[in-house]
Design a protein around this ligand. Structure first.
Ligand SMILES: [Zn+2]
Length: 239
């Protein structure tokens, strides 16, 4: 639904993906604009996975709360998997005990794994300024890896080992040294990590609206040494 880094612009919601395997549908990250662009009825979403508490990744959980709760036939107990800090922040913001009736929150940590329907999920802590989980999604012998938000440090890279598709953030261009905040990746770093983990395909995401995406792709293609894809809202990708 969305891949716009840091904030959305018209037609480009912030981070959010619908991941489907047979009859299992999981909404991964709920950046602003993603709820209204879900390509299926939100009642068909089996679970929600949130990588971290930054607003561009979780604000639409609150939107979904209102949509599920305040209607004639409320929906309850929707499973949400996320770091404990996300549960705290969303609860503070909603300031409403009914949030806990709408969602079944499950606190996840790096090293945890969980089976949701027909998808097996594993998590790793990333190099970000708040607790953030990268994720590995496996089903039918196929693997999707998602970096969430991260810098290059830490031991999260293996979450992408051999992945059929690695959805990786590329917030920056050029040299990481020129950015005061080191907890994001340049597109060249994304390509290098993808190459070192032998991923089959690399798809860049979380590129801010003010950057020229063709430059991000070109820089990642140099370090990955293969063609690189771009996450585009409103499109789908079979793995
Ligand atoms: Zn973030």
């Amino acid at each position: 639904m969305g891949a716009s880094g840091t904030y959305p612009v018209l037609g480009h919601p912030s981070s959010g993906y619908l991941i489907e395997q047979a009859s299992t549908r999981i909404w991964c990250d709920a950046g602003p604009g993603t709820f209204v662009t879900l390509p299926v009825d939100p009642d068909l979403v089996d679970a929600i996975v949130i990588s971290h508490q930054h607003p561009d990744h979780c604000l639409d959980v609150i939107t979904a709360f209102h949509a599920f709760r305040y209607r004639p036939d409320p929906r309850g107990s929707v499973p949400v998997y996320c770091p404990a800090a996300v549960i705290e922040r969303l609860s503070l913001f909603a300031d409403n005990p009914e949030l806990a009736q709408t969602f079944d929150f499950h606190a996840m940590s790096g090293g945890d794994s969980v089976v949701i329907g027909e998808i097996q999920l594993a998590f790793a802590w990333t190099d970000h300024s708040v607790p953030t989980l990268a994720s590995r999604w496996e089903a039918n012998g196929r693997v999707l890896a998602y970096s969430a938000d991260t810098g290059p440090e830490g031991d999260w890279h293996a979450i992408a080992a051999g992945a059929d598709l690695f959805l990786c953030e590329a917030s920056y261009q050029g040299d990481l040294g020129r950015y005061p905040y080191k907890h994001h990746l340049t597109s060249a770093l994304a390509g290098g990590i993808a190459r070192s983990q032998n991923v089959k395909r690399l798809m860049l995401t979380h590129i801010p609206p003010y950057l020229d995406k063709t430059i991000s792709v070109a820089e990642a293609e140099v370090s990955f040494d293969r063609p690189v894809e771009l996450a585009v809202p409103g499109t789908s990708r079979k793995i």
